[in-house]
Design a protein. Sequence first.
Length: 208
Amino acid sequence: MKDALEVEKSRRIILSSGSEWQTRGLSREGAAAVRDRWRLEVERLRGSADLIDTIDTLAACGIKQELEERHWAREWPAVPSEARSLGGRWPGSRTGGFPESIPLRLPSDLAEKVLAACWHTSVDSIRKIRKWRDKYPGLVPPAVAPGPEEMSRLPDPLAEYERLAAKVTTVGDVYRSGIERGIEAAQLLSAARYPEPGSVEAEVAEPA
């Protein structure tokens, strides 16, 4: 992720060197207007995923793709307070993920859509998992989702739990997948703009 972001940060610096963004010789008012136009241009490029130079932009880009892939990029019912109070650690959620936490500042509407989508697609299974735990208080499900072979050896109560847990999607699940998609998107941008020597893109770009 760091390498992908560094390439895009360098591109932002190159873009900012354009003549339309220079303030030398301008009045204070004129310079302020140019800086504001540049700020808006950067926001536009980031919003359209044409500039992925921050972790937040990378994550937002990938999370939007993840929602589209899941067909979750739509309006959802309001999120109940129950979902917010759980803080993402819902019944059926797993441990694991990235080895270290990544603080994100996402647009509020995007974060709300992720929370709503995860909750409303998982709530039926969450409620069934709670009933399962009441019924089998002494059973401890595996910390990590079992593979097909392990699944075939699980006793019925635990296999039932795994089937229910597989239908629970947490906010963290979507964020992790989104960040992976965002990294890929940033790498594709870099590959398109700075093709390796000898590649098809580089050969096409060479002047005759």
